[in-house]
Design a binder for this molecule. Structure first.
Ligand code: AMP
Ligand code: GLY
Length: 430
């Protein structure tokens, strides 16, 4: 499979896609990697594809001209636009689900149906299209619930509350367009875990698990974000990854194949580890951000070969291997995130300490060729270490060398790792 003419396109412009590009090149150095649209960090490693406009059709045409042989799609928004269907129709294999299969992420209502058919544990729920009905339902329930927009909402479409008025107001934000729905489900409690498997039809390869820190501020306070940091333990993938994949992801992959909607790409289960076992909060149809930034630097196998095997439905040619190192990733955000957008600010970056990776997201190059922060999540600072403290120290040492006006980050990423005794407790409770 190796030749110097293998050309891969990575689609997206976040820290996750920067980590994917970095991982592809690190583990398969002869690869020619192209990016669209990319970010300044990715442009240092890979060539840019510049289609005539920003439609998917133009991107496909430009990719055919460049002789791209494989496409890896990062963000869910492109999946929802049918990017995989368009590349496949042009004869270019894609690592990612079709628009129909991406409904596992893009429609929470559809995902709930698949989970019910597959017998995968998830919270009891009801669908609503009228905020008034939500108010009376929650008043009668008298319990905490999670109110969820049915479609994509960049990690911000969920409110957990026991206040019927607040729930109805939140639901109203997502019920303005005709046919829109919200889901109200029972609130679960426990620790959250992100679980990843590589999938093609009913072929399921457990990849890794990681822990995301979603709330904006220290101590899990403040509004939910796309993710303020993540950790990946040195023993992942472990028996825990395998057991959870078998219990949660394999039945979903089989069910989707049976329904005539086979999935190709990454199935990411957002789990709540409750005292009664794992429950699915949501599925995503792609790698997590910032979870990819802590999983991919640990990878000790050829990422390109791995993706090629999955896309072509072949047995893995090399075993999936990871370095036995902990990884900790800290999101460096701009002022106001996730509530408001900051003005562009110039960035200075000191030397990168050994064992660290700086992945770009909200960065750009200004008219004078200088690196600027453009708002939102700007970087993920990642440290790899022999234990969690070592990995954290490296990540924070790197974060302290990045400066721009208004830059901030959580100080407590990696201060708690999920108590794995949870599994034993849950099993004895069943
Ligand atoms: P989701 O987009 O469905 O993963 O939800 C985003 C976040 O909302 C999750 O990471 C949880 O913190 C929270 N959440 C979602 N569903 C529930 C639930 N049923 N019970 C408690 N918290 C939830
Ligand atoms: N970090 C969660 C996500 O990527 O959806």
């Amino acid at each position: 499979m190796s030749s110097s003419t293998e050309r891969v396109l990575v689609v997206g412009s976040g820290g996750r896609e920067h980590a994917i590009v970095d991982g592809l090149i690190r583990t398969h150095p002869t690869l020619e990697v192209f990016v669209y649209p990319g970010n300044p960090g990715m442009w240092q490693l890979a060539q840019r594809i510049r289609p005539e406009d920003n439609s998917i059709g133009a991107l496909v045409r430009a990719s055919v001209e460049k002789g791209i042989g494989l496409v890896v799609v990062g963000p869910e928004a492109y999946l929802d636009q049918g990017i995989v269907d368009a590349f496949t129709a042009a004869g270019i294999p894609c690592f990612g689900p079709t628009k129909a299969a991406a409904r596992l992420e893009t429609s929470k209502s559809w995902a709930k149906q698949v989970m019910r058919l597959a017998g995968v544990p998830t919270a009891e729920y009801r669908e609503f299209s009228d905020p008034g009905e939500i108010r009376s339902y929650i008043s009668s329930l008298g319990r905490r619930v999670a109110v969820k927009a049915d479609g994509l909402a960049a990690g911000k479409g969920v409110l957990v509350t026991d206040n019927p008025v607040e729930a109805a107001e939140f639901a109203e934000l997502y019920l303005s367009s005709p046919g829109s729905k919200v889901i109200v489900e029972e609130a679960l409690s426990g620790k959250e875990l992100s679980l990843f498997a590589l999938v093609n039809g009913d072929m399921v390869v457990p990849f890794s698990h990681a822990q995301d820190y979603k709330p904006a501020y220290d101590g899990d306070k403040g509004p939910n974000t796309g993710g303020m940091g993540a950790i990946c333990p040195a023993d992942s993938p472990s028996a825990l990854t395998e057991e959870l994949t078998e219990e949660i992801i394999t039945p979903i992959a089989r069910q989707m194949k049976t329904m005539g909607v086979p999935f190709c790409g990454v199935i990411f289960a957002g789990l709540m580890l409750t005292e009664d076992g794992p429950y699915v909060l949501e599925f995503n149809a792609r790698f997590g951000d910032p979870e990819a930034q802590v999983m991919i630097p640990r990878l000790d196998a050829d990422l390109y070969e791995l993706i090629q095997c999955i896309v072509s439905g072949q047995e893995l040619s090399t075993p999936l291997a990871f370095k036995r190192l902990f990884a900790c990733g800290v999101t460096i955000a701009s002022e106001g995130y996730p509530v408001s957008r900051a003005e562009p600010e110039p960035i200075t970056i000191g030397n990168l300490p050994e064992g660290t990776y700086l992945y770009h997201a909200g960065t750009s190059i200004d008219n004078n060729g200088k690196l600027i922060a453009t708002g939102g999540r700007v970087f993920t600072a990642v440290g790899l270490g022999h234990n969690l403290d070592d990995a954290r120290d490296k990540a924070y040492s790197l974060a302290s060398r990045v400066s721009f006006k208004g830059a901030w980050y959580r100080r407590d990423i990696g201060s708690n790792w999920i108590d794995l005794a949870w599994r034993r407790r849950a099993e004895s409770n069943r």
